[in-house]
Design a protein around this ligand. Structure first.
Ligand code: SF4
Length: 202
C-alpha cells in the first residue's frame, strides 16, 4: 500500500503503557489533540497508576489535572465511573468485547474499536473524522456515518491490516489530507483519489 511506503510504520500518537492507560487516554482524547492528552496523562498516571486508584479518586482532584483537555468535568466523571465499573463489575480487568466496552462511561464505538485493536490486538476498525474524510475523498463512500464507513473499509481491507491502516489514515489526515486545503501535490495516493481527479478536471 502506497501510504505504508510513504509513512512507514506508524505508531499511535497517544502515549500509553498497557490497557488501563490506553482506555483512560482514549476517553480523554475526545474533542482535543493527542498532544494535549499526553501532557495530562503523565501526571495523572503517576498519581493514579491503575483502575483501583482512579476508582477512589476525588472528582475535583482529577479535574485539576485534566482541565486543559476540555470538557474536563464530564471527562473526570467518566474516567472515575469507568474505573469503578471495571473494579466492581469486571474485577479490575477491562473487558475485551465491543459490547461491554461500549457500556462503560465515556466509551463509544470508535473508542471501543481503538481499545480492541490497539490495546487487545483484536481486529476492529475505528473510524474518526480523518478516516471518514479520506474515505469520501478517495471515493469509497459518500456516507458521513462512521458505521457505514467502517463497514465499507472493513469489507475491502484485509482484517490483519485494519489496525495499521487506521493509524496510517489518521497520520495521512493530520499530515497531508487536511480538512481544509489538502496537500494533494505531495500525496502518495493522488492517482487513486476522486477528489484529486475532480479538482484537476476543473
Ligand atoms: S489526493 Fe488530496 S484529497 Fe486525495 S487523498 Fe491525497 S491529499 Fe487527500
Amino acid at each position: 500500500m502506497q501510504l505504508r511506503r510513504f509513512y512507514g510504520d506508524v505508531r499511535p500518537d497517544l502515549s500509553f503503557q498497557g490497557i488501563y492507560q490506553l482506555a483512560i487516554a482514549v476517553v480523554l482524547s475526545a474533542q482535543t489533540t493527542d498532544r494535549q492528552v499526553n501532557e495530562v496523562t503523565q501526571p495523572l498516571f503517576a498519581q493514579y497508576p491503575g483502575f483501583k486508584e482512579l476508582a477512589s479518586a476525588h472528582q475535583k482532584d482529577i479535574e485539576k489535572i485534566i482541565r486543559s483537555t476540555g470538557f474536563f468535568r464530564m471527562k473526570a466523571k467518566h474516567i472515575i465511573s469507568l474505573s469503578r465499573e471495571v473494579m466492581d463489575v469486571y474485577g479490575g480487568k477491562l473487558p475485551n468485547s465491543r459490547e461491554e466496552l461500549m457500556k462503560l462511561p465515556g466509551i463509544g464505538r470508535k473508542s471501543a474499536n481503538v481499545i480492541l485493536s490497539v490495546g487487545f490486538g483484536i481486529p476492529a476498525f475505528a473510524v474518526d473524522t480523518h478516516i471518514s474524510r479520506i474515505a469520501q475523498r478517495l471515493g469509497y463512500t459518500n456516507s458521513n456515518d462512521p458505521i457505514e464507513v467502517e463497514k465499507i473499509l472493513t469489507s475491502i481491507i484485509p482484517e490483519n491490516e485494519w489496525t495499521s491502516t487506521h493509524l496510517l489514515l489518521i497520520r495521512h489526515g493530520r499530515s497531508l489530507c487536511l480538512a481544509r486545503n489538502p496537500q494533494c501535490d505531495k500525496c502518495p495516493v493522488s492517482a487513486l483519489c476522486d477528489y484529486f481527479y475532480n479538482i484537476r478536471k476543473k
